[in-house]
Write a protein that binds this ligand. Structure first.
Ligand SMILES: [Zn+2]
Length: 258
């Protein structure tokens, strides 16, 4: 057994644990932020909808006003035509005025229909706006209630994460710089970045691939730090390793071991 390799194995084992803790805390931070963000975005959408509906309401109301004005004009036109009807001097004039009356009435009916339709549209829109305003109020209340709790949770998680990061730094500095650099590089793609060697069968515990027997034996004897040829993770031996049982030496931690 190589003592420096033994030490690196132990450090890697600790690093894997603390890195997993940090990864979970980071995921929690993201989740907490996203939950609040989601409600805020939903609120933004509802507010935009209300804005659009209010504009539409104003447009329709203006159009209804214009149509009502049109109806007033047509009504006074009718009035005038009726007067003319009374003053018609012959059949020809009478027929002409009657045609005029007919046409004006038809126009008036169309305009009044349009005014009625606009009134219905306004009613529908008003209901929709009220619905959306209620949704808005509910969301504002929900955000108000959760924002305090969420930011408290965020700073709690952040505190835990900072504490773990400190612990991690302490562990990481025990690794040779090149090993740590490589470990961090692996960690950008694989989690965890190191895996125990499964002594029975000589497999990588993370990717489950068989390690070439000679390499596996050297790792098992804690002679060398190697990466899994399949997933690139550092392989460590969790525990005393499989040094040949013939070795008469005492366990490394017992007093008296040199
Ligand atoms: Zn592997």
């Amino acid at each position: 057994m190589n003592q420096s390799v033994r030490a690196q194995f132990d450090v890697l084992k600790e690093l894997v644990v603390v890195d997993e803790e940090i990864r979970k805390l980071d995921a929690d931070l993201v989740k907490e932020r996203e939950a609040l963000e989601g409600t805020k975005q939903e609120l933004e959408r509802v507010r935009e909808q209300i804005e659009v509906e209010r504009h539409r309401y104003d447009d329709i109301e203006a159009d209804r006003g214009a149509r009502m004005q049109e109806a007033r004009v047509l009504n006074s036109q009718l009035e005038r035509s009726r007067d003319k009807l009374n003053r018609a001097r012959n059949e020809k004039e009478l027929q002409a005025v009657q045609r005029e009356l007919e046409e004006t009435r038809k126009l008036l009916r169309d305009v009044e229909d349009a005014v009625g339709k606009r009134a219905l549209e306004l009613e529908e829109l008003k209901k929709s706006i009220i619905d959306h305003e209620e949704q808005e109020a509910t969301m504002v209340a929900r955000i108000g209630e959760t924002e305090g709790a969420v930011s408290a949770r965020l700073s709690e998680i952040q505190g835990l994460r900072d504490e773990r990061a400190g612990v991690r730094a302490g562990i990481a500095k025990k690794l040779p710089t090149t090993t740590l650099r490589k470990y961090d590089q692996i960690r950008t793609r694989r989690n965890p970045a190191a895996a125990p060697l499964v002594l029975e069968g000589g497999r990588c515990k993370s990717c489950n691939m068989a390690i070439p027997p000679q390499m596996a034996q050297r790792i098992a004897r804690i002679d060398v730090l190697e990466q899994c040829p399949s997933c690139n993770r550092f392989l460590f031996v969790d525990g005393p390793g499989s040094s040949p049982p013939a070795s008469p030496s005492a366990p490394p931690n017992s007093p008296g071991a040199s």
